[in-house]
Design a protein around this ligand. Structure first.
Ligand SMILES: Nc1ncnc2c1ncn2[C@@H]1O[C@H](COP(=O)(O)OP(=O)(O)O)[C@@H](O)[C@H]1O
Ligand SMILES: [Mg+2]
Length: 358
C-alpha cells in the first residue's frame, strides 16, 4: 500500500503529488487527462515495467530527459524510481539500490485490471498461468524456488535438444525437471482450490443475475494425465527431438472455471466477462491478504465504467470497500464522486490534480 506518491515528467504529468487512502482511490477526469498514466506510474513502481509499452522512453514526457516516481509505503518504506533516456532505469528501495525486481513486487503486491479485461477469455494459457502464479508467488514461499529451478532446467533440456545431443544426455535433466514440475502442479492445484472457493463467494455479489450458478474448476497439468511427468517426458522424447523443444510440462499447464460445465465465454455478456475477471482478482487479493502478515496489496482498475452499468459499478465498489486492498480506480464518469463514502476522489485535468484536499 502507498500513502504518498509523486510523479514527475511521466506522459502528460509534469508534477503531481497525492496522498492516497488505504481504501478506494477514485481518479476521475475526461479522456486524455492523465488517469491511466497515474496507474501506469504505480505499475512501474511495483514491477519496473509499464503495461502500455515495452520501451520506457515512450513513457518519459516529450522533450524531457527523465521521469521520476517517488513513493512511500504505509509502513514508511521509501521507493524511488527513475528512468533516464541515457542512464536507463534506476530503482531504490528503502534508500538502497534494488538488487532484484522481485524484491519490489514482494513489497508492493499489485494486480492490474486493464480496461479491456473482459478479453480475459480470449487470452491464451500463458496469461491464465501468469494470473495464477502471481498469487502463488505471494502466498507460497516455495513456489518461486520451484518455478525458477524448473525454468532453468527446462532451458538446459531444450538447449540439449536443439544441439542434437544423445537421448541419454537430454534425459539427464528429466528427473529434476519432473520433480520441480510435480511440486508446481501440487501448489497450483491447491491455489486454484482456494481461488475457486473465494471466487464462488465474491462473484454472486458482483453479478447477482448469476447468483445460482455453480462454478467448477478444470486444470490441465501440461502432460498426459495417465502418467507422472517423468514418465511422460521419457515417452515423448522422439517427438520433442522432432519439434525441437520440450512440449509437455508445467509450462504448458492451463486452467478454467466453467459455469454449469459451460465455458463462460460462450454465455457471458461483455460486462459479465469483466465482472468475472474482477471477481478473480478480488479472490486473489483476499487469499494474498490472508497469507501475508505484512501490508495489503494494490489493485489498479482502469476504467470501471466501460462495459458496466451504474448498478454493477456500485456492486464492484461495495465489494472493494469490504476488501483489505488499496485500489486505484479510473473513470470518465464524474458522478462516481458521490458513490462511495469510503473512497477518496482525485479530479485530474491535463496531468494535474484539481481538487485541493488531495
Ligand atoms: N510521452 C508523452 N509525453 C507527453 N504526453 C504524452 C506522452 N504519452 C502520452 N501522452 C499524452 O498523455 C495524455 C494522458 O493519457 P492517459 O493517461 O492515457 O489519459 P486518460 O487515461 O485520462 O484518458 C494523453 O493526452 C496522451 O496523448
Ligand atoms: Mg485511460
Amino acid at each position: 500500500m502507498l500513502n504518498q506518491l509523486s510523479i514527475t515528467n511521466l506522459r502528460n504529468i509534469t508534477d503531481l503529488s497525492i496522498k492516497p487512502t488505504p481504501a478506494i482511490n477514485l481518479i476521475l477526469g475526461s479522456n486524455g487527462s492523465g488517469k491511466t498514466s497515474i496507474l501506469e506510474a504505480i505499475h512501474l513502481l511495483s514491477l519496473g515495467r509499464s503495461f502500455r509499452t515495452r520501451t520506457l522512453k515512450n513513457v518519459v514526457q516529450l522533450e524531457q530527459q527523465k521521469l521520476q516516481i517517488i513513493a512511500k509505503t504505509t509502513t514508511n518504506i521509501p521507493i524511488g524510481l527513475q528512468f533516464d533516456l541515457h542512464a536507463g532505469l534506476q530503482i531504490r528501495l528503502n534508500n538502497a539500490p534494488l538488487k532484484k525486481l522481485s524484491e519490489l513486487a514482494m513489497q508492493l503486491p499489485l494486480q492490474l485490471i486493464p480496461a479491456n479485461c473482459h478479453q480475459f477469455f480470449e487470452q491464451g494459457p500463458r496469461y491464465r498461468r501468469q494470473l495464477l502464479d502471481w498469487g502463488l508467488f505471494h502466498v507460497e514461499p516455495s513456489f518461486n524456488f520451484h518455478w525458477q529451478s524448473y525454468r532453468k532446467v527446462l532451458q538446459q533440456r531444450n538447449s540439449a535438444i536443439r544441439q542434437h545431443k544423445k537421448i541419454a544426455e537430454i534425459q539427464l535433466w528429466d528427473t529434476h525437471l519432473a520433480s520441480h514440475g510435480e511440486q508446481i502442479t501440487t501448489l497450483r492445484q491447491k491455489q486454484l482450490a482456494r481461488l475457486l472457493e473465494q471466487f464462488n463467494d465474491v462473484f454472486p455479489r458482483l453479478c447477482p443475475e448469476y447468483s445460482q450458478a455453480s462454478f467448477t474448476l478444470k486444470y490441465r497439468t501440461g502432460w498426459a494425465k495417465e502418467y507422472r511427468l517423468e514418465e511422460s517426458l521419457r515417452l515423448a522424447i522422439e517427438r520433442d527431438k522432432q519439434i525441437g523443444y520440450t512440449r509437455s510440462g508445467s509450462h504448458a499447464a492451463d486452467w478454467a472455471f466453467s459455469i454449469n460445465n459451460i465455458d463462460p465465454a460462450h454465455i457471458f455478456s461483455r460486462g459479465q466477462q469483466k465482472l468475472f475477471f474482477l471477481a478473480l482478482c478480488m479472490a486473489q487479493a483476499k487469499i494474498t491478504e490472508e497469507h501475508l502478515n505484512q501490508e495489503s496489496s494494490i489493485l489498479l482498475l482502469d476504467d470501471i465504467s466501460s462495459e458496466l452499468d451504474p448498478a454493477h459499478q456500485e456492486f464492484v465498489l461495495d465489494e472493494l470497500s469490504s476488501l483489505p486492498v488499496q485500489s486505484f480506480i479510473t473513470s470518465t464518469d464524474i458522478s462516481l464522486a458521490n458513490s462511495s463514502e469510503k473512497s477518496k476522489v482525485f479530479h485530474v485535468k491535463q496531468g494535474e490534480i484539481t481538487n485541493s484536499d488531495s
